[in-house]
Ligand binder design. Structure first.
Ligand SMILES: O=C(O)CCC(=O)C(=O)O
Ligand SMILES: [Fe+2]
Length: 277
């Protein structure tokens, strides 16, 4: 059957109301796809509506607070590793870093992750359960926090760099994208009604580390500020999106563009407000 590619005004209003109730755009999009809408049309329409309604809600009032990486502006020595700050955006807060991991560390992480990959999931905003999502075609796996000495060393370096305790970090995630794989626009923070204060609370920042150079495609983009980051082995993009008032920064919307040639490997460390557990 031909997939639907138009949307009524009533349905648009219903989507805006549902978003206001805290249901995530991805959950609504998946609902639209199930109801017979074309997947790409559903994603594009959903994010147009989500942008518009986030502006109605005054999301641009997010108050930025200073974020420092280990005090020093251009190079940071942590754990015998000289990390370089390449660029620094304030709104949203994004810091681009070189030499977070050595080539050997990237290769070893990929090697360790390879045999444990599963199709990537997203969190369902209604049930809170993990489920497969059409907008996320990569495969991924999680290491346990401080699973062994090697993982613990990487986690310690991220903690030294960001000044957030290791215990605030979720287990390191490794993602693998093949040609055509992408991760559509999303926020890393949880919808307000899904924040579990007994388990670390809201996500506040992400350290996204590129584990290889991608032949073509696979950039991480922040569409609200037209920023694009090209994967480079061992380099990272650190972004921060929750403040001490409990507000979240909708400018931190981001996506991974489809890989066009080659493959893409990344490691993601999500950092919470408080220790998890
Ligand atoms: O692979 C990327 O560039 C983005 C990954 C991402 O957004 C995430 O893991 O939350
Ligand atoms: Fe993300």
């Amino acid at each position: 059957m031909e997939k639907m590619k138009t949307i009524s005004n009533e349905l648009q209003d219903w989507i805006i109301d549902t978003l206001k109730q805290g249901v995530s755009p991805l959950a609504i999009t998946n609902g639209l796809i199930k109801k017979g809408f074309d997947a790409r049309f559903a994603y594009e329409t959903m994010f147009e509506i989500a942008f518009a309604s986030s502006d109605i809600k005054g999301a641009s009032t997010y108050q930025y607070e200073p974020v420092y990486l280990n005090e020093q502006p251009h190079s940071i020595v942590v754990d015998n590793q000289m990390v370089f700050v390449r660029s620094n955006f304030i709104k949203p807060t994004i810091i681009q870093l070189d030499h977070v991991l050595s080539d050997e560390e990237c290769d070893f992480l990929i090697e360790r992750a390879k045999c444990r990959l599963q199709p990537s999931k997203v969190i369902d905003a209604n049930s809170g359960a993990e489920k497969a999502a059409a907008g996320r075609t990569s495969k991924g796996m999680y290491f346990k926090l401080q699973e062994d000495d090697f993982i613990a060393r990487i986690e310690k370096r991220i903690s030294l760099l960001t000044s957030y305790p290791i215990e605030n970090g979720e287990g390191l995630q490794v993602l693998h994208y093949e040609v055509g794989d992408e991760y559509k626009s999303h926020f890393d923070f949880f919808p307000e009604n899904r924040v579990d204060n007994r388990k670390g609370g809201q996500r506040i920042a992400t350290m996204l580390i590129y584990l290889n150079d991608v032949e073509s495609g696979g950039e991480t983009i922040f569409p609200k500020i037209n920023a694009s980051f090209t994967p480079k082995k061992g380099s990272a993009v650190f972004f921060h999106y929750s403040n001490s008032l409990g507000e979240v920064d909708r400018k931190s919307l981001h996506s991974s563009l489809p890989v066009q040639r080659g493959e893409k490997w990344v490691a993601t460390k999500w950092i919470r407000q408080k220790a998890i557990d």
